[in-house]
Design a protein around this ligand. Structure first.
Ligand SMILES: [Zn+2]
Length: 120
């Protein structure tokens, strides 16, 4: 299924580093912010097999919005660009996640992980 990605201002922190992913065939939208970790989606509910759930002839929609706690970047030596993931919002989970990321960084020689917590 095709989608259009565009840079937008983050509805949460206002940075210009949010990306909107619009699936034009289904009308589904995903927004992720690469600064604060804000996450939004408005998608069609699907069953475990990935098929849309239809009730009385209508698609069922699911909206989810989440404030972010920041992001992490995985840079690979000599690589172009980098991977981005969002940090856990729950503080305990986030501490564990950051610990895991640091251990992963130690194990892998050619990567650097930058952790950018976002505090509002
Ligand atoms: Zn943001």
């Amino acid at each position: 299924m095709g989608s259009v990605q565009s840079n937008i201002n983050c509805p949460d922190c206002g940075s210009d580093r949010a990306i909107e992913d619009y699936h034009y065939k289904s009308g589904e939208v995903y927004i992720t912010c690469q600064k604060c970790g804000y996450y939004y989606h408005n998608v069609i509910k699907r069953d475990d097999a990935g098929k849309p759930i239809i009730v009385n002839g209508e698609y069922q929609w699911e909206e989810k919005k989440q404030h972010g706690a920041g992001i992490y970047e995985i840079h690979r030596k000599g690589g172009i660009g980098y991977g981005v993931g969002t940090l856990e919002v729950d503080e305990k989970k986030r501490k564990k996640q950051i610990q895991d990321l640091k251990e992963y960084e130690k194990k892998e020689e050619d990567i650097t992980i930058k952790i950018k917590e976002y505090k509002r």
